[in-house]
Design a protein around this ligand. Sequence first.
Ligand code: G4P
Length: 539
Amino acid sequence: MGHPELKAETLRRRTFAIISHPDAGKTTLTEKLLLYGGAIRQAGSVKARKAARHATSDWMEIEKQRGISVTSSAMQFDFDGYRINILDTPGHQDFSEDTYRTLVAADSAVMLIDCAKGVEEQTIKLFKVCRMRSIPIFTFVNKLDRAGKDPFELMEELESVLGIRSCPVNWPIGLHGDDFRGVYHRDDRTVELYAGGNHGQNFVEVKTVSVDDPACAELIGKSYYDKLMEDTELLDVAGDEFDIDKILSGQLTPMFFGSAFNNFGVEPFLKRFLSYTKSPGARVADVGPIDPMDEKFTGFVFKIQANMNPAHRDRLAFMRVCSGVFEKGMTVWHSSSGERIKLSQPQQFMAQEHETVETAYPGDIIGLFDPGIFRLGDTLCTGSPVRYSGIPLFAPEFFSRVSPVDSMKRKQFLKGINQLSQEGAVQTFKRPGIGREEMIAGVVGALQMDVLEYRLKSEYGVEITRESLPYRFVRWVKTAPKPVDKLRLPSTTVPAVDKAGRDVLFFENEWSIRLCVENNKGLELDETADRAEADAIEV
Ligand code: G4P
């Protein structure tokens, strides 16, 4: 007898991440989404949390105080009958490989763009990961209450910088900030009028008028009306058609305009987003795709958060439910140990505090108490064992040569590095010819190197010396026309091997990556690598 709720609960789930560059308004938008979902009475708590986290520059102190607090990792709320899970991708300060891995657990992404700044660096990086997985990407252009770029220019930027075509679902009227009139919804031919003012924590009564109503031109102003007619004609004739298949396969991004801060355009966006996106789909495992409505429970671990407090070594493993029903206390098969384990103390995350979860459905995110047994990419399931394909290693962007200050501490140093690399906090590389104690540590966010040093000291009692290296890119050698040491490499490019002994090349800039590929016909480089191979090896 199957679980009676499984189908209905799965169908109403939507699990997504918001990707953006710092300051585009992600915190504000998240807060407003939660407000519309009724998850928090007053918007503001997300912001307060962010402010609290960044109020002091002493990250380590914050982490210590935060302990194992996880409130910002996933948020859940209901809206219009849907159950929504928002995965948090941290801002600039906290940027790490975790940020990339989180996207592996999302079914779609909302790409938030500041209308004045357009596509920025961090957005590009996160977009690439979404692209890799072909998940649908919805674009929300924010801060329309301020002067910004021409929307046609933004569409062009999406195409030239990100390589994705866009299809505006609505269109802004008035682009100079102070003359912002509202947006035109192309699907129902209505203009939603912008009332101005900061509505912060209150719902805004939406005023709309049909574009075919003679009063419309008067309400927004004749010149704006004429411009709107001109723009939309151009869009109808020259723009891409709204094609839901292309959107769902990540080839076309629907584009929305609004102002999160002023609660403008958020609700219409959310409604359309929810109706266009699909509930969790099948995920591919070694036995083939597994349907979320399969009675068999399956899930995978995509993030492991360590407790910074040395008195508590336990960690929290984040799992995404992929199929079946998760129930508290259930016994599951665990892929990396090959054993059956009981999942007790699972936690789910709400806007403000986490609470113990009794039941969870496909698309939901659960935190599992981890005494140190979980690995990134682990599959957990009931019944016969299955494995989801692993979570890749993403190319680090900051590199340092590290070694223990005291060579007698080599054992602890290696143990610490090993455990931290299994957690996904660091990747290690070796250059031919460098000493046994030394290795190259690579991390995705600059701050992560400080975290590494701090954790080795506080958790493993090892002080390290650290020398920054000038490289900003590492690429795995997929195929090479000849042995790597015989390749024609740019002068600043150096070969090394990763933890699993695979050949890699370090580069200082993208230009030298291109040059290297041009100079060595048949050379293929990868930005990601298989994690499982590296995890199996101790350095
Ligand atoms: P982030 O999480 O992406 O880093 O961005 P966050 O929401 O913190 O927003 C960054 C800044 O942009 C904030 O201003 C925020 O108020 C502002 N902002 C967000 N959405 C809009 C919008 O639609 N219009 C305008 N004009 N501003 C917006 P701040 O001055 O840094 O912080 P605060 O003083 O407002 O708290």
